[in-house]
Structure formats: structure tokens, C-alpha cells
Ligand binder design. Structure first.
Ligand SMILES: *[C@@H]1O[C@H](CO)[C@@H](O)[C@H](O)[C@H]1NC(C)=O
Length: 289
């Protein structure tokens, strides 16, 4: 059996996307072994799967000031998280239909379209993880450099990346945010940021379940879901955070999953505790992780 990739959670794109420029930018100084280059197969994937938070509730951007929207031609495409004033973490699969000319990042607005609320920056560099595999969604991480840098204020702030020593355990609550449409049938309606509480799931159980599809989960992925209401994922590229005391930490990146509200198939998130994910972010941004 050949491994299957996660089923899109929503409508596929109307037409197969033109294989847009995938020659992602090399690091300044060339400290990575070559530029992140997406597999040509990735042109078959939707750049975003219009994943919506299901069973969540409206949230205010002031509570999740690290959350951004990657806009394509003015429309929300993927989520992301501010890790420094000039760097955003998102998912590598969001870079598939990359077109910097029509891309911008919106921070500090609860509502999309923002109609002047918040801050908008251009994307100047895109770094997708060189090991991103569009068949398995392994290493589904990318870093965007924006200009001008975001100004931190009550609605815009950076979020620290989790220290693996302080990570949650199976069953612990974590939070996912993203922009879900208010109306399934309206593509123009304003959308309000949504949040949902889910739980960390046992990785081996989750991996075994996905193995039946079959889909191979690797150590760059973790699983989270909520029993009963079974949250769908938030928008691809967006944050999954762990709250410790009154501090928020970025633990995961919304990546993929089978179906939506499929109880035995939790959502899949890129794991920021993984050493290779951390060293990638360090190399790109210079952050010590
Ligand atoms: C990017 O978008 C611009 C503006 O719509 C368009 O002219 C250009 O052809 C696009 N580039 C690619 C590579 O799709």
C-alpha cells in the first residue's frame, strides 16, 4: 500500500494551482544546505484547505496577539504566529501557491477583512523546511520574514516557542485559534477569530490509527483533538498554544488531519519540541532555542 496523504478538510481549490515559484529563498550566508525546495508534487495540494475551527468560540485578538493572517490578494489564506517583530512561523504547505506580489501578513485585527484595523506587512523572505514532504506532511513548517517589522502593542505581540522541558502531557488542554467563516456559503462575509480548547492525544495511539489509512506520522508531528465536539483544525499555519500560568507558549502549527470531526482521527500539528524543527527556526531567525 502506498501511503496516503491527509484528506483535505474542505473544498479543494477550483482548479489545480499553477505551480507558482517554488524556488524558495536561500538563507543569507547560506547556512542551510541549500534553499528549501518544495517537491513538485506539492503543486497538487491546496495551499490552504479552508480549515475552520469547529465548536469553538469567538476570540479577541488582544488575547492572541501572536496570531496573524497570511492574506493572498486580500483574502485570508493561512494563519501564522509572530515569534519576533520580523519573523512569522507558519506551515510549509501554505507556501505551495507562493506569490509574494500578492501576499501580505495582517496582525492585530480580530476581524477579516480588517478594514484598516491592525498592521499589515509585506513578506520579503520565505523559508520552507527543506524536508517538508507533501505526502506525509512531515516537517510542515515555514518561516516568513516581513517588512516593516510589526510594532508590538496590545493587539500585536510575539509568542515564545515552548521549552520542551515544560511541555504538556497527554490529556492536557491546549488552544487552537484561526479564522473560521461565519457562513459556509459566503466567501465575502467578515470572519471573526475563533478559539477552541483541545487536548493532547497519545502519539502512539494516534499514529497507529493514521497508520490504518495508511498515513505515516513522524516525530515532527503531534496529535490533538477534543472529545465530543471534536474540534476541526484551525487555519493551516496557525498556532496551537500551551498555557502555563498566565503565559502562552507556541507548541504546534496547524498542519493537517483526516476529515473533520472524525473522532478517532485527531488533528495533526507540527511539533515545535522537535529538535529539527527548532534548529530550523534557529538557523533562519538567529533565535536561541
Ligand atoms: C503573482 O501575482 C501577480 C498579480 O496578480 C501576477 O501578475 C503574477 O503573474 C503572479 N505570479 C505568479 C508566479 O503566479
Amino acid at each position: 500500500m502506498s501511503p496516503s496523504r491527509p484528506a483535505p478538510r474542505a473544498v479543494p481549490p477550483a482548479a489545480a494551482p499553477a505551480l507558482a515559484l517554488l524556488a524558495l529563498l536561500a538563507l543569507p550566508g547560506g547556512s542551510l544546505a541549500g534553499p528549501g525546495q518544495l517537491n513538485a508534487n506539492s503543486g497538487l495540494l491546496p495551499a490552504h484547505k479552508k480549515m475552520q475551527i469547529v465548536g469553538g468560540m469567538a476570540a479577541d485578538i488582544k488575547e492572541f496577539g501572536h496570531q496573524v493572517s497570511w492574506l493572498r490578494a486580500g483574502r485570508h489564506m493561512c494563519g501564522g504566529s509572530i515569534i519576533t517583530p520580523e519573523y512569522i512561523i507558519t506551515a510549509a504547505h501554505c507556501c505551495v501557491e507562493l506569490n509574494l506580489t500578492i501576499s501580505e501578513v495582517l496582525a492585530g485585527s480580530t476581524i477579516i477583512p480588517s478594514k484598516g484595523r491592525g498592521q499589515v506587512a509585506q513578506i520579503v523572505d520565505v523559508y520552507a523546511h527543506p524536508d517538508f514532504d507533501p505526502m506525509t506532511y512531515t516537517s510542515d513548517i515555514a518561516v516568513l520574514k516581513v517588512y516593516p517589522p510589526f510594532r508590538m502593542d496590545e493587539s500585536v505581540r510575539s509568542i515564545p516557542i515552548i521549552d520542551p522541558a515544560n511541555s504538556p502531557h497527554t490529556g492536557d488542554p491546549v488552544y487552537v485559534t484561526g479564522w473560521g467563516k461565519l457562513s459556509e456559503f459566503s466567501s465575502t462575509a467578515a470572519t471573526i477569530l475563533q478559539k477552541v480548547k483541545v487536548q493532547m492525544k497519545d502519539f502512539e495511539t494516534c499514529k497507529a490509527r493514521y497508520g490504518e489509512i495508511p498515513m505515516v506520522l513522524t516525530d515532527t508531528t503531534f496529535c490533538a483533538a477534543a472529545d465530543g465536539k471534536d474540534a476541526c483544525q484551525g487555519d493551516s499555519g496557525g498556532p496551537l498554544i500551551y498555557k502555563m500560568g498566565d503565559k502562552d507558549y507556541l507548541l504546534g502549527i496547524v498542519s493537517s488531519g483526516k476529515g473533520c470531526a472524525v473522532k478517532e482521527f485527531p488533528g495533526l500539528y507540527t511539533d515545535l519540541r522537535n529538535e529539527r524543527m527548532r534548529s530550523f527556526v534557529s538557523k533562519v531567525t538567529g533565535m536561541k532555542l
